[in-house]
Design a protein around this ligand. Structure first.
Ligand code: ADP
Ligand code: F6P
Length: 319
């Protein structure tokens, strides 16, 4: 291959820029040209792209967001849009595509590969929910942002002896809630992977109160329930005023952590190698700290599983 393209798609994640940089630098190292596609699959369909030289990805390794912008473009599920995108790429002399995003973006990459255009997926989402990899770029940074926010809320919760419900992102996955709850010492953690049990939360609140605890932090993953709704349920049941904080998009921003930058560099470089080895239809990922690659199809056949041993542990540590 002499020319490849790269795009970012779905929700942005800290470390996407570091991955773009790695793709460009690794490809240029092998004398391969790289085209940056703007606005994900929308830009691919519209031909909204330009050549990225070595200097164009300078000074972005430390920046959150994505230099290439991202978009949700549901039209890309339709074959007509996919074929147009392939036609445009061929006209531009592009021979392979690196897609940085979550499993939705991987479906786009899979459709293009099935139609004869080789694609490789790099997992970039704060949710850590891409099947086939233990890690997705952006999770570590988002997790640290969430923990820092909970620590701050804890200060005021302690001072005013309040109970707080804090809603975090994660779509259908509980990883952010689970890891953040454990790291911040939350009293209760609610994740979509476990049954919702209002009485269990109340029992924990009462047990804490009985031993003199006057504040409490309850982390709820957005995939379980809206934080305000949970607070209402708890208020109705306990008669105690509950504060709610929805962290929202602050979780998606910020300078990527060292871990996210390093993993982005490793995965970006491996994705380019795969294309140069003519191995389209693959996804790169991390398993037991090693970089791995696997068939893109597997990402849809498997299901991401959160580490539920952390859930059990959090209950034991926050009695
Ligand atoms: P993520 O990649 O973070 O999971 P989305 O699920 O929103 O985010 O998917 C991102 C984009 O990927 C969509 O807006 C669409 O352009 C493309 N996409 C998602 N599903 C498909 C599909 N089945 N076929 C083709 N493209 C898809
Ligand atoms: O996939 C990343 C994510 O931030 C999810 O955690 C969240 O559910 C979703 O994107 C929010 O999407 P939007 O920014 O389009 O509201």
């Amino acid at each position: 291959m002499k020319k490849i393209a790269v795009l970012t798609s779905g929700g942005d994640a800290p470390g996407m820029n570091a991955a773009i940089r790695a793709v460009v630098r690794k490809a240029r190292f092998h004398d391969v040209e790289v085209v940056g596609v703007y606005h994900g699959f929308q830009g691919l369909y519209k031909g909204n792209y330009e050549l990225l030289d070595i200097g164009s990805v300078g000074d972005i390794i430390q920046r959150g967001g994505t230099k290439l912008f991202s978009a949700r473009f549901p039209e890309f599920k339709e074959e007509e849009y996919q074929l147009k995108a392939i036609e445009r790429m061929k006209e531009a002399g592009i021979e392979g595509l690196v897609v940085i995003g979550g499993d939705g973006s991987y479906r786009g990459a899979m459709e293009l590969t099935k139609k004869g255009f080789p694609c490789v997926g790099i997992p970039g989402t704060i949710d850590n929910d891409v099947p086939g990899t233990e890690y997705t770029i952006g999770f570590d940074t988002a997790l640290n942002t969430v923990v820092e926010s909970i620590d701050k809320i804890r200060d005021t919760a302690t001072s005013h002896e309040n109970t707080f419900v804090i809603e975090v992102m994660g779509r259908d996955a509980g990883d952010i809630a689970l890891w953040a709850g454990l790291a911040a010492g939350a009293e209760s953690i609610l994740i979509p992977e476990e049954d919702f049990d209002l009485e269990a939360i109340i029992t924990r609140l009462e047990r804490g109160a009985a031993r003199g605890k006057r504040h409490s932090i309850i982390i709820v993953a957005e995939g379980v329930m809206n934080g305000h709704k949970l607070a209402k349920h708890l208020e109705e049941r306990t008669g105690v005023k509950i504060r709610t904080s929805v962290l929202g998009h602050i979780q998606r921003g910020g300078s990527p952590s060292a871990r996210d930058r390093v993993i982005a560099g490793r995965l970006g470089a491996r994705a380019v190698e795969l294309l140069l080895e003519n191995k389209g239809g693959r996804a790169v990922g991390v398993k037991s700290h090693n970089v791995v690659d696997y068939d893109l199809q597997q990402a849809f056949e498997q299901k991401h599983v959160a580490d539920l041993s952390l859930y059990t542990l959090s209950k034991e540590l926050s009695i």
